[in-house]
Design a protein around this ligand. Structure first.
Ligand SMILES: C[S@@+](CC[C@H](N)C(=O)[O-])C[C@H]1O[C@@H](n2cnc3c(N)ncnc32)[C@H](O)[C@@H]1O
Length: 292
């Protein structure tokens, strides 16, 4: 269950995620302002990583989330209006807000289109989403045991090394499987399904009225920073991982450091875009179909 997973990682969530950079924040604000949106409902507000900076710049923010602990963190940062609710069905009246915002959430939702419809229902102007563009970069598959956790994708700008990347990831997956076996750690039941392809699917099935790149940065992270993030255990799949297994993985990371392929050590290319769908249009497109 997503709420359980996020309740358990709430204390380390912010420490294991990059803070919203000023370029992304500025781009998002510019879009909201251009559509004259001041009152915003963030669905899946989490710890307020996105909403708190918006509130500090004068936007009126309400947040909903299914994880109480994530929102407790948001509350300590000063977000006053927080409601425990599923984004697929809130108690707000039609058109209660100018806009609804969703950030980093489509891959988690069981039924994103129901949440999109609800977002459109409660917002007068439109539904805004902050989306990551392109692949997840070379580290995506480092810990994965399953094919879909890696996919042989060497990341944006590394298309030429796809075959090498596939081998690289497969070797890591194999090591990971062995380690999981050694520590009797059940990988399959340790993680919820992640639907990384969801954002692309939604953009294709319901092309936004506007889609704009708001930031394009290269993020450099040292091995020790990566290890620190991993040790803190801010990811749902690590919640039940034995501490010894985590430490052994860290030792492997250190041992690997000198022999990683060049592309795997490049700075991470992160491109963010904001999508906007007019509420009126989404409500027409996502109307529930009458039962046959
Ligand atoms: C990856 S976090 C993103 C939080 C925040 N938007 C950010 O960018 O940091 C995903 C959040 O979605 C929440 N969530 C998952 N499913 C949800 C649902 N059906 N309705 C509302 N919130 C949900 C989780 O509890 C978690 O706080």
């Amino acid at each position: 269950m997503a709420e359980v997973e996020f309740d358990r990682i709430a204390d380390v969530y912010d420490d294991t995620r990059r803070a919203l950079d000023s370029e992304t924040l500025g781009g998002m604000m510019e879009m909201l302002e251009r559509y004259a949106c001041r009152s915003i409902l963030e669905i899946a507000v989490g710890t307020g990583r996105v909403s708190v900076p918006l509130m500090e710049r004068g936007f009126e923010i309400t947040g909903v989330d299914i994880s109480r602990r994530m929102m407790e963190r948001a509350k300590t940062k000063g977000l006053p209006n927080l409601v425990l609710a599923d984004g697929g069905g809130t108690a707000f009246r039609d058109g209660s807000f100018d806009a609804t915002l969703m950030a980093h959430v489509f891959h988690i939702l069981e039924d994103p289109l129901t949440v999109m419809r609800e977002a459109a229902r409660v917002s007068r102007v439109g539904v805004f989403a902050l989306l990551r563009k392109g692949g997840l970069g070379p580290w995506r598959g480092y810990w994965g045991a399953r094919d879909d956790a890696a996919g042989g994708d060497a990341g944006e700008g590394n298309e030429g090394v796809t075959e090498e990347a596939a081998k690289f990831y497969e070797a890591r997956r194999e090591r990971f499987r062995k380690l999981a076996e050694k520590y009797h750690w059940d990988w399959e039941s340790s993680r919820r399904e992640r639907h990384w392809e969801r954002e692309a699917e939604i953009l294709q099935s319901h092309p936004p009225d506007e889609l704009k790149v708001v930031s394009d940065v290269f993020v450099t992270e040292t091995l020790e920073e990566r290890i620190d993030r991993f040790r803190k255990g801010g990811y749902g799949f690590m919640v039940e991982m034995p501490a010894e297994m985590r430490e052994e993985m860290i030792s492997q990371m250190r041992a690997d450091a000198g022999s990683l392929p060049a592309w795997a050590t490049r700075p991470r290319h992160e491109v963010y875009q904001v999508a906007v769908w007019r509420s009126e249009r989404l409500l027409r497109e996502l109307r529930p179909q009458p039962a046959a």
